[in-house]
Ligand binder design. Sequence first.
Ligand code: NAI
Ligand code: 15L
Length: 268
Amino acid sequence: PAPRTVLLTGAAGGLGTLMRGLLPGYGYELRLLDLRPIDGEPDAIVADLADREALREAVRGVDAIIHLAGISLEAPFEKILRANIEGTYNLYEAAREEGVRRVVFASSNHAVGFTPRPQGDDPLIPIDTPRRPDTFYGLSKSFGEDLAQLYWDKHGMETVSVRIGSCFPEPTSVRMLSVWMSPADGARLFHAALTAEGVGHTVVYGSSANTRLWWDLSTARALGYEPRDDSEPYAAKLVAEQGELDPDDPAHANLGGHFVNDPPIWPY
Ligand code: NAI
Ligand code: 15L
């Protein structure tokens, strides 16, 4: 049967807030979890991914998990280790112990951020391009993808790892014209990842059908995902303000953008 009750970790965050608004429209009942309380959501579980007991309780009885919680930018290794690496392991262990069958894991383009972006007529970047993390943050997403593969091979727990580009209400940079995923397409993709059959461990890129797309969406489409949005209507204004990407600037020449040399630092 299609999953109905879904644990959404990281529900207080930017993407979590967007998905809290959109996923109930697909019929899901969301159970929310975050480190931080959420205004207007008194039933949300306030817990740290380090708290194994709390995770075990949080996953009990859900059909699937959308795992967004964690540090979402570059940070000192010790913090990434605790929240993203150990935290994701703790969640998978809890899910295994409680028999949860399916996880949708928020991976990131930064798992492959040092991959040169296509230029001119270059082919799109395939999903099986070698991983080249651009940060400790990207390294933790690479770990998450391998963890997901292990739990499929060893325990039969399914995951769709979504290498999200940039999921925000609107694209705000020229790079984002290539990697943007509209919130509505994000919800379409998560819905496909929750309902497609026989996914084992499948890795997909997460973005809209952008005119300037850099990567191959075929594994996402194979799940039934049909993106409807394209960033191109935002292009003229952004290019006028910022100029086209400079192929000689490393921050413009790779998938990960400025994460390759000037990463934003997690503020907490
Ligand atoms: P965000 O930083 O706004 O939200 C992350 C949430 O996780 C926060 O509410 C935070 O309180 C929570 N969190 C952090 N550490 C935690 C812990 N130890 N235990 C429990 N909760 C914890 O990030 P955003 O943008 O919403 O991203 C969500 C997920 O998607 C992240 O895993 C991020 O790496 C991934 N992602 C997001 C992209 C985007 O465009 N928004 C792009 C690529 C990946
Ligand atoms: C990510 O992985 C970050 O979580 C998000 O905040 C954006 O920076 C995004 O990548 C991006 O590459 O634009």
